[in-house]
Design a protein around this ligand. Structure first.
Ligand code: HEM
Length: 140
């Protein structure tokens, strides 16, 4: 095999590797429907244990919140779901959620993702999708 053939082979191998790596969607990396439902369950347990923010959820129907968050994250991650809940402004108006509350919730999500063995790359991709929502949640 001459040098050129080897180089072309190597290049094709690299491209195939990159294409395969890219093919894994965030939805798959989060463990699809079941993985996301488990992740949200743990997020809600973490929130219930968190003195900084748990008071916000005192009157909340946690079963509905679990269903809605699971749908929302599934859809955001590119999964086959359609979020059927209220929009973020409507859901959070009148709560007085602060930036610190928002960060605390994100911290609880990160803890849940760590516990579920979600890769740092996938964690960052999900957080990047959620971070811009603070405009629709904080200070209303
Ligand atoms: C990226 C951040 C957040 C996302 C994606 C998010 C998402 C959601 C979703 C999908 C719902 C359900 C809406 C429905 O029932 O139709 C909801 C409700 C709720 N959220 Fe958030 N939320 C976020 C941040 C926060 C924060 C920081 C707090 C307070 C610390 C908070 C407190 C609540 C509460 C208390 C409810 C339930 C409202 C009710 O009882 O009707 N959320 N949120």
């Amino acid at each position: 095999m001459n040098m050129m053939t080897r180089l072309v082979g190597l290049l094709a191998g690299c491209m195939l590797f990159m294409a395969t790596a890219q093919a894994n969607s965030l939805y798959q990396d989060l463990g699809e429907q079941e993985g996301i439902a488990n992740l949200v369950e743990e997020l809600l347990f973490n929130i219930a244990d968190d003195r900084r923010i748990r008071h916000h959820f005192a009157d909340t129907d946690m079963e509905r919140l679990h269903r809605m968050l699971t749908e929302q994250i599934c859809e955001l991650a590119g999964g086959p779901c359609t979020y059927s809940g209220d929009d973020m402004v409507t859901s959070h108006t009148g709560m007085g959620v602060t930036r610190a509350d928002f960060n605390a919730l994100v911290e609880n999500l990160q803890l849940a993702m760590d516990d579920h063995g979600i890769s740092v790359g996938a964690q960052n991709r999900l957080l990047a999708l959620l971070a811009p929502m603070h405009h629709e949640i904080v200070g209303l």
